[in-house]
Design a protein around this ligand. Structure first.
Ligand code: PRT
Ligand code: ZN
Length: 284
């Protein structure tokens, strides 16, 4: 019995999806088959597909699970469950208009022509805001639509914002914040569910580790209490005596988000020789 997972064949989610499997200790066979492969050391079969098709394949149980952007999932509106947010492929679906436009709010869009590859999500956004506009669905290069007179505004994915900038556009509303998610067929068999639980256990250990750093530092004993108070740790920090009398080595873990803030305060409190190392897996 194998768990069938659908991931993007090529594109922005491909590398991170394969890396996630690898970090979960799931090795992929290097075959000639570009559509499908399997793992040697985990009961998993991997299908490589267009991201747009993944929700449908998972709904139809051609694949048991899949990795896809929330933006695609919500646009396709398929009957699948989201089991985990994966923390990569982050972007936002945004409304953009010409840089010199006086944008005053969503009302600006009333009666305007909006080009997008996300007609369903745009319609929902307009309905929610009680705005009627003309949605013009196109299949790509949305950012050039205003420049060639095809539309007054666009709704497209944005990450750094440089594509909008280069096309003379400015971002004015966020329709949706998105990241890659793991989705599941709604009637998985018990055996598949069990394999999914194992996979999820590993994913969560990997995600936790990616958000956390291991910190080692030296502290004069008289400053220990103050320094320990700054460190959260899994339970509490580890403190070991150094060979040099009056000094200790302190080990702890820090979350990526408050890392710089805490490192500065540790230095101010008298910590020295601070080492920060990545964590590979973190099991709670
Ligand atoms: O071939 P296939 O259909 O599988 O791939 P695709 O071409 O439809 O999708 P792909 O590979 O471009 O994107 C896959 C997924 O990556 C998307 O569905 C999102 O969930 C996620 N993602 C994250 C992005 C971006 N960031 C992103 N910036 N998808 C697209 N973009 C594009 C955007 O459309 C625009 O053209 O990048 C440009 C903007 O980028 P910035 O950095 O200039 O703002
Ligand atoms: Zn696509």
């Amino acid at each position: 019995m194998k768990l069938k997972i659908a991931i993007q064949k090529s594109g922005r989610l491909y590398e991170e999806s394969v890396k996630l499997l690898k970090d979960c200790g799931i090795d992929l066979k290097n075959g000639v088959n570009k559509l499908k492969t399997e793992s040697d050391n985990f009961p998993m079969e991997i299908y490589f597909l267009r991201d747009d098709d993944i929700p449908q394949y998972v709904e139809d149980a051609v694949a048991d699970i899949g990795i896809v952007g929330e933006n695609v999932l919500l646009e396709k509106n398929k009957k699948v469950d989201i089991v985990e947010q994966l923390g990569f492929g982050k972007c936002r679906l945004s409304v953009a208009v010409g840089r010199s436009e006086m944008y005053t709010g969503v009302d600006y869009l009333r009666g305007k022509k909006i080009a997008t590859t996300y007609p369903v999500l745009v319609q929902q956004f307009l309905d929610k805001n009680n705005v009627e506009a003309d949605i013009h669905e196109i299949s790509g290069s949305v950012e050039i639509a205003p420049g060639i007179g095809l539309a007054d505004a666009i709704v497209d994915l944005v990450s750094s914002g440089s594509t909008l900038f280069m096309n003379g556009l400015k971002e004015v509303e966020t329709v949706l914040k998105s990241q890659a998610v793991l989705i599941r067929n709604q009637s998985l068999g018990d055996a598949q569910q069990l394999i999914l639980e194992k996979f999820l256990f590993r994913i969560r250990a990997v995600k936790r580790a990616r958000n956390t750093k291991y910190v080692l530092l030296n502290a004069p004993n008289e400053k220990l209490q103050e320094i320990i108070a700054l460190l959260p740790g899994m339970k509490s920090p580890t403190v070991l005596p150094l060979a040099e009398a009056g000094w200790s080595s302190v080990h702890s873990v820090l979350s990526e988000s408050d890392f710089w803030d805490i490192i500065e305060r540790l230095k101010d409190a008298g910590a020295q020789g601070i080492l920060v190392v990545p964590i590979e897996k973190m099991v709670m």
